[in-house]
Design a protein around this ligand. Sequence first.
Ligand SMILES: Cc1cc2nc3c(=O)[nH]c(=O)nc-3n(C[C@H](O)[C@H](O)[C@H](O)COP(=O)(O)O)c2cc1C
Length: 155
Amino acid sequence: MADERGESYFVVRGPVEPGDKRGRELGFPTANIALRNQSGELGDGVWAGWAERSDGTRVAAAVSVGRRPTYYGADGYRLVEAYLLDFTGDLYGETLTVWLGRHLRDQKAYGSAEELIEALAVDVEAARDWVANHPAAALPALGTPPPDGEVRRLG
Ligand SMILES: Cc1cc2nc3c(=O)[nH]c(=O)nc-3n(C[C@H](O)[C@H](O)[C@H](O)COP(=O)(O)O)c2cc1C
């Protein structure tokens, strides 16, 4: 099921788990969702998308899918980390549904936290550009939700 422009999305849903809390120190706190399948068709990368809260409100997001190679090399476990734009609040334990709409770049191991922070700021601007042209109301419907942590392709 694509949106009216025929664009496709990946969708992941699951409870928000406590992360390492490093995101807060970096200035980009993230809502972390565990992935059931550590390989799968959704590759590692950074995406622009939307996150839907359990009350149905949708918040624009810059989303990382991967192993945080800056901190864990290639050995980390894969997870989805959504940085919600212009949002403050505690999401732990809440079920989030995340639509991944535009692949922005691959994951990268940065030499320092400062370099990662610079890259995140660029990602956030790219995500803002994308959501401005892809309003939440135009997202394809999820239908019956997939099991927690399972990736569904829409479109
Ligand atoms: C938009 C976005 C892009 C990211 N890109 C990378 C990346 O390229 N390399 C990397 O090691 N981590 C990346 N991360 C993950 C951060 O390393 C991670 O969010 C941070 O270490 C905080 O982890 P925590 O949520 O467990 O506290 C990205 C996170 C976001 C939100």
